[in-house]
Design a protein around this ligand. Structure first.
Ligand code: KG4
Ligand code: ZN
Length: 353
């Protein structure tokens, strides 16, 4: 979706606005974005994303060394492009933010060091941003009204968290995955089936022509009264299913397998989200993270929310997967509270919310 800067600018209601540049290099996308902070929220002016997926495809997953080297190669160009496209000068920036974690340490370091260097050179504040928070704040780039309290399900390659927000900044984690993240399950199953990387889109495509009720995969923790998730057993169930068929000399129906696996992931997520909605009675349900790009998941969660008479808010597809716009949005909410971080702050590859 192209950014409509003129429309975005016309939303700006006061003149004392400020510009935040953000950098995201936690995994396999090098990205930089500029938001204009206004009294009504963050307004996106640019979001440049350079994906490295083609460089990792042959390996069936992200190779950390290659990721760092590629980030290093393009980071300066991506940052310049983001500032240029925003139509501002570096000297107009209020602050520079970068993803602090979670992510690959070498990859995080590239964006973090670049952002710190820029903040130091321009003598402006620096902010280290939690990547998972970024995924959630992506919603605030596109939604004018987010009724509170709300519940957000963050589902990506590295995290699966169910979070209750009493307002945009105060939250409580209701549950999270005890082992693999939902996206990780998609990636591992895709790798096992040799569908390529990233796994989510490949599984979703294959599932389109399959039956979601053909194989009864487990919905882990469905009877536990907490809000936790677990996906490693499901991955093992898929592997065992394929091995059993092969041992019997039977062919695997890949589309059926993909559709049934995908449905098991979606059902496991829905079970806990629905329980949380019933108990906490939020005014809205939000989705965030790469797995929220899955169209079956989006449709089923829309149904779930409608069944409880609350809106389902989700970012457009390009803000679901990794991007710096979401990091800039999260940084905006820290800047309006006057926050910044010291330049000796370090990256945190296992950072949690
Ligand atoms: O948010 P993201 O770009 O990076 C992380 O922070 O992890 O999420 C990437 C994850 C990958 O596991 C990928 O397979 C999954 O999101 N994903 C999908 C889809 N598109 C991306 N999973 C299911 N269906 C999709 N269409
Ligand atoms: Zn992410």
């Amino acid at each position: 979706m192209p950014i409509d800067k003129e429309k975005n600018r016309s939303n700006i209601k006061n003149n004392d606005s400020f510009f935040v540049l953000a950098v995201e290099t936690s995994c396999d996308e090098t990205s930089a974005a500029v938001v204009q902070g206004t009294s009504t929220g963050p307004v996106l002016l640019s979001n440049i994303v350079a994906s490295q997926i083609d460089r990792h495809k042959d390996f069936g997953g992200v190779v950390p060394e290659i990721a760092s080297r590629q980030h290093l190669k393009v980071i300066d160009k991506i940052i310049s492009a983001a500032v240029r496209e925003a139509g501002i000068e570096f000297s107009e920036l209020d602050s520079v933010a970068a993803t602090r974690g979670p992510g690959l340490v070498g990859a995080l370091l590239v964006g973090f060091a670049a952002a710190k260097a820029l903040a130091f050179a321009l003598n402006i504040p620096f902010l280290g941003i939690n990547h998972v928070a970024g995924h959630i704040y992506a919603n605030f780039l596109v939604q004018d009204e987010v009724p509170t309290p709300f519940i957000c399900l963050t589902v990506s390659g590295g995290h699966t968290d169910l979070i209750y927000f009493s307002n945009r900044v105060e939250y409580e984690i209701l549950g999270r995955t005890r082992d693999d993240a939902a996206g990780e399950a998609f990636d591992k199953v895709a790798r096992f089936l040799e569908l390529g990387y990233p796994g989510g889109p490949a599984v979703e495509k294959l599932a389109e022509s399959g039956s979601a009720v053909s194989i009864d995969f487990p919905r882990a923790l469905k009877d536990s009264q907490d809000y936790d998730f677990s996906f490693s057993g499901l991955k093992t169930a898929v592997i065992n299913y394929v091995h059993n068929l092969k041992q019997r000399g039977e062919a695997v129906n890949l589309p059926d397998l993909a559709a049934s696996f995908q449905q098991a992931v979606i059902d496991s997520l829905k079970l806990k989200v629905e329980r949380a909605v019933e108990v906490y009675q939020p005014k809205a349900l939000l989705l965030a993270g790469g797995v929220a790009a899955n169209s079956v998941l989006r449709a089923e969660f829309a149904e779930l929310a409608a069944g409880h008479n609350i809106p389902l808010l989700l970012p457009p597809l390009e803000f679901c997967t990794d991007n710096a716009a979401m990091i800039a949005a999260a940084a905006y909410y820290r800047r309006i509270r006057g926050e910044s971080d010291p330049l000796d702050l370090e990256v945190e590859p296992t950072l949690c919310l």
